[in-house]
Design a binder for this molecule. Structure first.
Ligand code: ADP
Length: 426
């Protein structure tokens, strides 16, 4: 504002003095014309000088000038200087980021919208066998595992995928993709060879121990049953002891069976075929009605005739566990509803009871192995704590999910959601 003020005063003074001298000399108009032309030429020269300086990048010190032009030069010079400082800071930050990502033990690759590699860190070059020269190459041309290509194309990156390492197929990598920015994705890969090994050792151990326990338990149960048959009822202590020992042996047998089933679900892939779900459910409900207390009523509603491509034994275990729980954890005279229907693009099995319900804090934990809710019940409810873990694993093998909604004292609804792609016709 100050510079404009000065410039204006300077022009006013110039025009007033020229008008005065021109007026005295009787040449007012020509002298004003000469002054205006001179000022225009001077401004033109300034503009030219400015254009020359700015087109050269506005580098270095600006040309010596005065008045409003000096202010203009100074402002631009200051903006440029700040920009330079900011750029330097940004470059330093990028360099620090590059150094830290280079030092990361996990592989990191930035992918462009069409799967081209934008950038990869050192670990990515070592773990995934990528080269510095692979920038711009499409990653599916370099990592060709079908499961990786399927994962990349799916666009659903909520879960990671496990792959053999392209460099050494004895190593396992956990690959995860994270979308960010406009169409960019970050691919992260972590070596999980050791973890996988530990998991295999654990599974083998549980499977072996369970298997080894089976025979002694059968022998024990056999002898206990014989001894119970021989019991003449003279000693009440002996009678209750036999009953208790048999009960505990049966409990252990259930536990061993459930553990073996879980291990099988985790490790072995059985041949899948088209399963008539309405028929399977009718059978399970019939068995449930006869097995459980007669006063109970299972209400089966078959809204969909859909069959599912899967493994019958696994689905039977999952559905039986859900129905068994609904019957176990609800009053003996309450209704248990089983529904098979299509909701949108999913096929859903719902098992709903009006029993004790599950507290919100426990819902997320009930599918964990051996997790049992400590509820105050009139009668002790037998169980291994493995039923829902079996359901979860069996469903996972069918690309299905278990949803639980429950309210304490009101009841629970366990629903199995199968994707429509699992429908089949037999
Ligand atoms: P369990 O052998 O104990 O039934 P599960 O894994 O089947 O083992 O279930 C885990 C826990 O979840 C159970 O101990 C019970 O507390 C709770 N639960 C399962 N189903 C129901 C249900 N329908 N209603 C209330 N609680 C349930």
């Amino acid at each position: 504002m100050q510079a404009w003020h000065k410039e204006f005063t300077r022009l006013l003074l110039l025009y007033s003095s020229v008008s005065l001298i021109g007026g005295i000399a009787g040449l007012l108009l020509p002298s004003l014309l000469v002054l205006t032309s001179a000022l225009l030429i001077a401004q033109f020269l300034q503009v030219r000088r400015f254009e020359k300086w700015i087109s050269g990048g506005g580098k270095g010190q600006y040309p010596k000038t005065s008045g409003i032009w000096e202010d203009l030069y100074y402002h631009i010079y200051r903006i440029k200087k700040n920009e330079k400082r900011r750029k330097k800071k940004l470059r330093k930050l990028i360099e620090q980021f590059r150094q830290s990502t280079e030092a990361l033990p996990d592989a990191a690759v930035v992918l462009r919208p069409h799967d081209e590699i934008e950038w990869a860190n050192k670990a990515a070059r070592q773990m995934l066998g990528l080269q510095q020269t692979d920038k711009g190459q499409r990653i599916p041309n370099l990592i060709r595992f079908p499961e990786f290509i399927r994962y990349l194309k799916s666009g659903n990156y909520s879960e990671p995928v496990i792959l053999p390492s392209p460099v050494n197929n004895r190593n396992a990598l956990e690959v995860r993709i994270i979308s960010y920015g406009s169409g960019l994705r970050l691919l992260l890969a972590q070596d999980v060879t050791q973890l996988k090994k530990m998991q295999t050792i654990r599974k083998d151990f549980v499977a072996n121990v369970s298997h080894e326990l089976r025979t002694p338990l059968t022998v024990l149960k056999g002898y206990l049953e014989t001894m119970q048959d021989m019991d003449d009822g003279v000693s009440p202590l002996l009678t209750t002891s036999f009953k208790e020992m048999l009960g505990q042996t049966e409990r252990m047998q259930h536990l061993v069976d459930d553990l073996l089933l879980l291990t099988r679900l985790e490790t072995q892939q059985k041949k899948q075929q088209c399963i008539d779900i309405p028929a399977l459910l009718s059978q399970i409900c019939k068995e449930g009605d006869t097995l459980e207390n007669a006063s109970r009523r299972i209400e089966l509603t078959l809204e969909s005739p859909a069959h599912i491509f899967g493994e019958e034994q696994d689905l039977r275990s999952a559905f039986t566990n859900l129905l068994g729980n609904a019957l176990k954890y609800s009053p003996e005279d309450s209704l248990v509803q089983v529904r098979w229907r299509q909701i949108g693009d999913e096929l859903v099995l719902e098992v709903e009871d009006h029993g004790e319900g599950i507290a919100a804090a426990d819902i997320s934990r009930v599918t964990e192995r051996f997790y049992r809710v400590e509820a105050k019940r009139r009668k002790k409810v037998p169980g291994t704590g493995l039923g829902l873990a079996i359901v979860k694993h069996a469903l996972m093998r069918h690309d299905a999910e278990l949803h639980i909604s429950s309210e304490l004292g009101q009841g629970s609804c366990f629903s199995c959601h199968f994707p429509i792609k699992r429908i089949c016709y037999s």
